[in-house]
Write a protein that binds this ligand. Structure first.
Ligand code: PGA
Length: 249
C-alpha cells in the first residue's frame, strides 16, 4: 500500500526561533491528526538539528543536498551531514533549484544517488512551466524529467522515491492545478513508472501534488485516485492550515 504524505517545504523562511516554534506547533497538532498521512517538514538547513529534537510524529526533510559526497565544496551540505542530524528525506529538483541554481537532470540524478546511498528518501520534484503546458508539451517534459532524473535506478532503489508533481505555474502563484489537471498528470506519471518498473511498484509509489495547495483546496485535490498527498509551500508556514491539509484526506 502506498503512503499518503503531506510535506511542508518552508523554503528560505523563518529565523531559527520562529522555525523552532513552528515545528513544535506542527508536531503538537500532528499528534492529534485525523488522517493516516505521513507528515514531513523541510525547514532550512540551519534549523534541522534542533528541530529534530522537538519532533515525535513529524518526519524531517532537507530542501536540498550537495551533488558531491564531501570535501572542498564551500557552502554545500552533504547527505551524510543531513543523515547525521536525523533527516529522513531530501527534496530534490524543486523548480526553484532548477530555475535559479541551474540544476539539470544530470546533477539531480547524482543527488538522487547520493541521497539513496545515505539511506535517505528523495522527494523528487518534476513539473512543467506555463509555456510548455500551453504548447501541450507538459507530458513530454515530465516524462524526460523522470527518465533522466530517476529512471536509472534499480527497482529496489526506486521503491524509496517519492515523486512530487509541481506545475511551475502553480507554485506560489495562488493558481492551483484543477483536480482534473492534477489527476490527469498523476495518472500519466504512474503509468510511466509502471512501464519502467511494473504495476506493483507504480501502485506503491506516492505521487504528491504541489503548487498553491492550501487548506481550502486540499480536499478536492486529494480526492483523486492518483494524488497521494501534497508538497506544500506557503501554507506550510502556518501550523493550523498545514494540519488542515494533513487532515484533508
Ligand atoms: P506553494 O509552493 O505551496 O507556495 O505554491 C509549493 C512548493 O514550491 O513546493
Amino acid at each position: 500500500m502506498r503512503q499518503k504524505i503531506v510535506a511542508g517545504n518552508w523554503k528560505m523562511n523563518t529565523v531559527y526561533k520562529d522555525g523552532l516554534e513552528l515545528a513544535t506547533a506542527v508536531n503538537s497538532l500532528a499528534t492529534k491528526k485525523t488522517s493516516d498521512a505521513v507528515v514531513i517538514i523541510a525547514p532550512p538547513f540551519t534549523h534541522l538539528a534542533e528541530i529534530k529534537k522537538v519532533l515525535s510524529v513529524v518526519k524531517l526533510s532537507a530542501q536540498n543536498c550537495a551533488s558531491e559526497e564531501s570535501g572542498a565544496y564551500t557552502g554545500e551540505v552533504s547527505v551524510s551531514m543531513l543523515k547525521s542530524v536525523g533527516a529522513e528525506y531530501v527534496i530534490i529538483g524543486h523548480s526553484e533549484r532548477r530555475a535559479y541554481y541551474h540544476e539539470d537532470n544530470a546533477i539531480l540524478a547524482k543527488k538522487v544517488n547520493l541521497t539513496l546511498s545515505a539511506g535517505l528518501k528523495p522527494i523528487f520534484c518534476i513539473g512543467e512551466v506555463l509555456p510548455e503546458r500551453n504548447a501541450n508539451k507538459h507530458f513530454d517534459i515530465v516524462k524526460s524529467q523522470l527518465a533522466e532524473g530517476v529512471f536509472h535506478l534499480s527497482p529496489v532503489e526506486f521503491e524509496n522515491i517519492v515523486v512530487a508533481y509541481e506545475p511551475v505555474w502553480a507554485i506560489g502563484t495562488g493558481v492551483t492545478a484543477s483536480p482534473e489537471q492534477a489527476q490527469e498528470m498523476h495518472k500519466f506519471i504512474r503509468s510511466e513508472i509502471s512501464s519502467k518498473y511494473g504495476e506493483k511498484i507504480a501502485a506503491n509509489t506516492s505521487i504528491l501534488y504541489g503548487g498553491s495547495c492550501k487548506g481550502s483546496n486540499a480536499k478536492e485535490l486529494f480526492a483523486n485516485p492518483d494524488v497521494d498527498g501534497g508538497l506544500i509551500g506557503g501554507a506550510a508556514l502556518k501550523a493550523e492550515e498545514f494540519l488542515q491539509i494533513v487532515n484533508a484526506f
